[in-house]
Design a protein around this ligand. Structure first.
Ligand SMILES: *Cc1c(COP(=O)(O)O)cnc(C)c1O
Length: 284
């Protein structure tokens, strides 16, 4: 049971968390967020997520009233107050209430929300997922903004096609999906993923680090044409970890079944998480 959220640095009953109707996040879409998981009571890779949040805020000129150390302290306090072992933590930083509905407030609104553990269907790992191509590039792609208009607006089309997400491209190259980073595994075992013009996932970072121990890696956006003779494709995100992609539009990837590289990297990631938890936990 989630009983508390953090509102502008203060622990408060969950029902009290709200934003004002003149908040620029709501009125103008001027807001950023970040999202991490707590496992076995540990906020996983918290420093990486804090770095990304601070960077998003800086790039959007949202002048955070809290530094890294204070934000870390607030997260730990929130986890403790909710007695959270497994769950999600969402940072939400908005432009704040604006008198004229346009000019940012001096101080942004900072919410840290606690959520129950999100469900991700484990069948995806056995069956793989399908993506649909969509020509689009996110605004200021390296910032984790709250704008998911395209993904949400495409939901009926995705549902009708049995697909999970749209895959953004510029007509020739693939960048990312709505909420995940995208990777291609070539027949020679090389792993390809975009480095510029995408939101750099923390899962992407961890998976790349683990992949580089065993596979050649090319940091460039894969071409749409490369999908035809790819061995595998997969997406990464905090919630999905490493999820195999078996079809993009009508293009069947590799054998049309989840491949061994994605499964192997997912196992390596889970082991890496376990090491993180063991290191973070106070020794008894
Ligand atoms: C959050 C997000 C991701 C995944 O990042 P993780 O840190 O791995 O969860 C990828 N792309 C976009 C656009 C995102 O918003």
């Amino acid at each position: 049971m989630i009983r508390y959220h953090m509102i502008n640095g203060e622990l408060a009953p969950a029902a009290e968390a709200s934003v004002h109707v003149t908040d620029l996040g709501l009125l103008r879409g001027y807001a950023i967020f970040d999202y991490l998981l707590t496992r076995e009571g540990q906020p996983m890779f918290l420093d990486d997520y804090l770095s990304r949040l601070l960077r998003s805020a800086e790039l959007l000129r949202l002048d955070l009233p809290f530094d890294r150390q204070e934000l870390r302290r607030q997260v730990l306090q929130l986890v403790q107050a909710n007695e959270m072992r497994e769950g999600g933590i969402r940072f939400l930083v908005t432009g704040g209430p604006s008198p004229d509905g346009y000019t940012p407030a001096a101080t942004p609104t900072v919410l840290i929300l606690a959520h129950p553990m999100p469900r991700f269907d484990p069948q995806t790992y056995e069956q793989g997922t399908r993506l649909l191509l969509y020509e689009y590039r996110r605004d200021i792609p390296e910032v984790k903004t709250t704008n998911y208009i395209i993904g949400i607006y495409q939901l009926p089309r995705l549902q009708a096609a049995g697909a999970s997400e749209v895959l953004y491209h510029d007509g020739r190259h693939i960048f990312e999906t709505t909420r995940s980073n995208f990777f291609v595994v070539k027949k020679d075992g090389t792993i390809v993923t975009a480095e510029q013009g995408v939101l750099k996932g923390i899962t992407r970072k961890n998976v790349l680090r683990l992949a580089q121990e065993e596979f050649p890696v090319e940091l460039r956006p894969p071409a749409i044409d490369e999908l035809h003779d790819a061995a595998e494709a997969f997406v990464t995100s905090t919630i999905k970890r490493v999820a195999p992609v078996v079809q993009v539009d009508d293009i069947v990837i590799g054998s049309g079944r989840p491949g061994p590289v994605a499964a192997h990297l997912r196992e390596k990631l889970i082991a890496f998480e376990q090491q993180y938890i063991a290191r973070a936990a106070p020794s008894s």
